[in-house]
Design a protein around this ligand. Sequence first.
Ligand SMILES: [Zn+2]
Length: 1009
Amino acid sequence: MTTNLTRSEAQSRTQLLEVDSYSVHIDVSNAETDADTYLSRTVVDFSARFVDSTFIDLIADSVSSVLINGESLSPAAAFDGARVTFPVRAGRNSLTIEAQTRYSTSGEGLHRFTDPADGKTYLYTQYEPTDARRVFANFDQPDLKAEFIFTVTAPAHFQVLSNRTEARTEPADGSAGAASANGSDFATSAGSESAGAVTHYFEPTLKQSSYITCITAGPYEGATDEWTDPRTGQTVQLGAWTRASLVDHLDADDIFGVTKAGLEFFTSEFDYPYPWGKYDQIFVPEYNLGAMENPGLVTFTDNLIFRDKVTDANYESRANVILHEMAHMWFGDLVTMKWWDDLWLKESFADFMGGLALAEATRFTDGWVTFALRRKAWAYTQDLYPTTHPIVADIPDVEAAKLNFDGITYAKGASVLKQLVAFVGREAFFAGSRLYFRRFEYGNTELADFLECLAEAAPDRDIANWAAAWLGTSGVSELSLQLTTSDGSSSSADGSAGSSTGSSSAAAVAAQSGGRGRLVTSSSGARLRSPDAVDDSIDGATGAAHEAGSGASGRAEPPRRRSGSEKITGATITQADSAEGSALLRPHTIEIATLGRSGRAIVPLDSFRFEFSTESADVEQLIGRNAGVITLLNFNDLDYARVRLDPESVEAAVTSASRIADPLSRALVWSALDNAVRDGLMPVQKYLTAYARSLGKESHAGIMAGLSQTALTCIDQWVADRNFDAAIMGLLGAALDALSAAKAGSDAQLHLANLVLALTSRTARCAAGSSAVAMGRGFASQILAVPVGEEIDRMYAGAPGQSGQSGSAGQSVESSGGARAGRGADHSTATLPFRGLINDHALRWNALTALVCLGWADQTDIARENHSDPSSSGRLHAETASAALPLPIVKIRAWEAIREAGALSNDVLSAIISGFIAPSAMPLIEEYVDEYFDGLLGFWMDNSIEIARRLVLGLYPRWSVDEEAVVEKTDAWLAANVDAPAALRRLVIERRDDLARAIFLKSTQSSRH
Ligand SMILES: [Zn+2]
């Protein structure tokens, strides 16, 4: 048996078959019992072009009957666990299969969830790429589109939804209804479960692919509305649903508002009416992804129903997801890729269109800001892995397809489409899209089909050349600018002249560490610059040497900053590719801006459009202009490229990024700093100093979230152990100060409170007696002293033992830390003023988990908290906190539970893993490094791919005290398992690359004690 359907198998079926319709009946009337399986019956009507034998996909516990054209086949002979093989005749055929299929707990297939809050049971399906076969027999590939007629028998109190509206219902009194045409077997097997159940008959779907069929069933609740297309008068019924325990938090007005704005935007921009009749959106539990674009019934994670207070970044993100899925109604559902190689034809487009609609049709008018900082970081990260791939990928099978829902397919693809729009013009881009929908509606396409439409719409642009450079290659261009200004100085992003050593990819990291002389090379075998070269190339700006007022070292001159009135006398832009040795050149359409001071703000002085495709080009337009304080390539973020700021711009950014008035420019500058620290071109300490300065000044919720994500990555992975205490103390001090000054009830206040708690849990790793621990613990304890719904009206942020803070560890990392340590004396003596933060379950759980990591709370505290929050979210928090208790016996039990992952649901598994690897004062899980590598193949083979992915990624031992040994063990595993599934190897290689980067970045850090 193999569940790994290949592209060539799918192509053979495409050549043989044309599918007319499926009639599918599932009977889930036993959903609320402890039954493991339910009855699934499919009748497929199809034509074959010639006589042959083929198979239909079905993952089932058992098959009770197989009928092909009236002939009965032996299920034992025909069914191998994943496929039913049968003969076909030329012309029309009819196949009937009856099976027992399994309720899922992995989020794949028909997921079953019982809400701990009220004991109610909910079902929903999730199929992409090939899990429809876990529910009913079908040819589970995107290009065999068909009509689907669903019939569902369910408990009478269940609401049942599918892609189409319900035609009628009738009591399922054991006769199992009209869908059981061939009934006796079916009626017998279903009858006993069906007493008191109701059978729901749905209208036939339009022609669509199997992976976007959908059924939800359970006591879901919600709201309805409708939208009328102002252009055509077409009315679309809207629904928003979730489980009963969350429905009070379902803000249907906000959801419908975004939905209507999106429908109006897309129907008008695409000049194509909404194709799928109604539009239900349902928020479901334990969902593996953000959402899924099933036509007429979009499923979303119910993490998007906000029980606890969240920032505007979360509302923006939800609006973005709603619009992304809606764009799929055209890109993906109406016109679908032939095979998963062209997954980008729907995902990149939906990601781009989601961003565009967000910015142009909703209140989130600066929606591209978060895209520039966070979405693109996802793409850059993925594009630097040795496993990166072109946007148009080579996907030989469905296991590869499953892993291709990645930063390339989504974020890079969307970024490149943004560049395409800049290249051909918005009008031509939409004209090409309209052509594409009309020409291929209800059909399947590949890249060439879209390019043809685009070329017709933009005849004066070389689309083929553009596509080859952008869609057919992997890697990311790095753009830098060499400037000379009127005082004769010269600066370039690579620092000292001629020191450019090429790539910055962690795929090419070689690190010599700790005097032990072990060389850590990337899996690709390439090597980068040595740590010494890094120190040279960043203009001496390592560590705290030139932090104002630190006086820690006289080693280097402070880097130059531009006066703000200098004139540019020379400017050359260059592009290089991230892959070392690659001379890959791409055509870039960008905008360039000089940013200068206006009062206390930094604003664009000048900007202009610039196109180039050569390795370097003179930028004549800059000559004679005011150089300002920051020169920004890729202003307005049209391009997909990592921008290197010149050294003077870096210095201005590090001290003053928060003063850049335009949030998109601010995000782009931070993105450049993010890339620089990631590549070892900027010291981690310097980045953290800049970040600490931004706290309390940055107010854009999306930027705050993006910066904190990078800062926590620095703390978790990139700060050298010897610098850890000082680094976290610096951040905690800055965060506490900013928190005490934050506006009551603001996003910044909530963000900073959670940041303090996140840092506090990490202080578990500090040396014994570190005062950093006490700094955060005071705040966490205060939160737990205030009941849910009440205001946290004071803030103890006590840090007894101030002398410890400004001691030896304090000053080496960053003066921000040192300075904070000095002022930190305030924290110990009094409560800080504090108003306006209303306590909720999420804050309390975060506080409790932090205290658990520190050994200041125990299982009794966890049980008490769970008692007052028995929701599913409470349950997950409790699982995490319980597994985070810093006791060997807890880790042993958690590991046992993890090894039996099949018995857990997807989210419970992740919650336990997250607690298992939580920060602790002692290395409690070191012995599991070897267990991990011994267990890897088993993780993959014994579990569905979703569960396997959570195990392989979540448990990768980057937490080990001996990171180099882990890299060596990874290499040994890769060498010994060259035949392991490619998808598994890919995950391991990427985690190894992250770890190699961490080792490299740690090795570059100075320690000045
Ligand atoms: Zn999508």
